[in-house]
Every structure is written in C-alpha cells, then in structure tokens.
Design a protein around this ligand. Structure first.
Ligand code: SF4
Length: 154
C-alpha cells in the first residue's frame, strides 16, 4: 500500500515552532518509498516557524485563524488542495496524519480557543482527503494497527 504522511512525522522540521514529531516507523515507510511526506501548511504558503493557528467557529463554519487573529484560512485550504493533488499523483490509498493539528488532525482537534482544549472534528486537510475517498488515520491509530499486526507494516 502507498501512503501520504505528515512530513513532521518523518522528522522534517516543519511544525509551527520549527520542531518535528518524528515517529521512526513512519519515517521507515518514507525511506522505503512507500510513503510521500508533505506538510500542508508549508504547501499552502505558510512559513516555518509561524504563529500557531486553530480552527475558529464562525457561524456554522470553521475558519483557520492564527493566535494573533490573522485569517490564514486561504493558506490552509490551498495546502489541503495541494496535498490532495500530491496524494493522487503518488497513488496514496491511505494517509497517516499528525493528531490534533488544524490541518492534519483526525477525529479530534483543538477547539479554536488557544487553550489546549480539544473538540471533535478533523483538520482541513484530513477532511478533504476523507471526502475524496482516501483512508485517513492519525499516528496513534497507525501505531496501534502495527502492534496488532505484530509489527509488520500495514
Ligand atoms: Fe505536521 Fe501537518 Fe502541521 Fe505540517 S501541517 S507541521 S505536516 S501537523
């Protein structure tokens, strides 16, 4: 199977604070050629380091704003579109994305109050991939799948 993975999970220092979220098992997928690593926020034109952003409720919708109140929704949505295009070009059937991120989070993300409070929902990229028929899991779910399979790659 081919995967799209969050670049920060492969040790690429693209996180808002210039750090990464390296998971060796996910880096191994990239190094074997099974996975394409992308950072939607950088693809959307944001820089690293950058001011952290969350999805803030605006009426019935959620829009990406950074902690200084700057609207960065266009960059988030452009990054999601570019990530989907990259996933399709690579032939990825499944994405392994970083938990809780406003771009990559799956099922649970920060709630837009910048208080480390979580709510149910998906990041903008995760939602677009799901809507486009790509399986999406976060790194926690992927590692537990691996453990269940006795450490063979899923
Ligand atoms: Fe990692 Fe995704 Fe955030 Fe980029 S946008 S730093 S890949 S969680």
């Amino acid at each position: 199977m081919k995967y799209l993975v969050s670049a920060c999970l492969c040790g690429i220092k693209c996180r808002y604070d210039g750090g990464d979220n390296l998971i060796e098992e996910i880096l191994a997928l990239k190094e074997s050629g099974q996975a394409l690593a992308v950072c939607p926020e950088l693809l959307g034109g944001l820089v690293c380091p950058r001011t952290p952003a969350e999805l803030v409720q605006c009426g019935e919708e959620y829009r990406a704003y950074d902690q200084n109140g700057k609207n960065v929704d266009c960059q988030y949505r452009l990054g999601a579109e570019k990530t989907l295009a990259a996933a399709r070009a690579f032939g990825a059937e499944k994405a392994i994305l970083k938990a809780k991120s406003p771009s990559c989070g799956v099922g649970v993300i920060y709630d837009g109050t910048f208080s480390e409070t979580l709510r149910k929902g998906n990041g903008i990229t995760a939602q677009l991939l799901l809507d486009s028929g790509i399986q999406v899991v976060d790194e926690v779910a992927y590692l537990s799948e691996l453990n269940e399979k006795g450490n063979g790659y899923a």
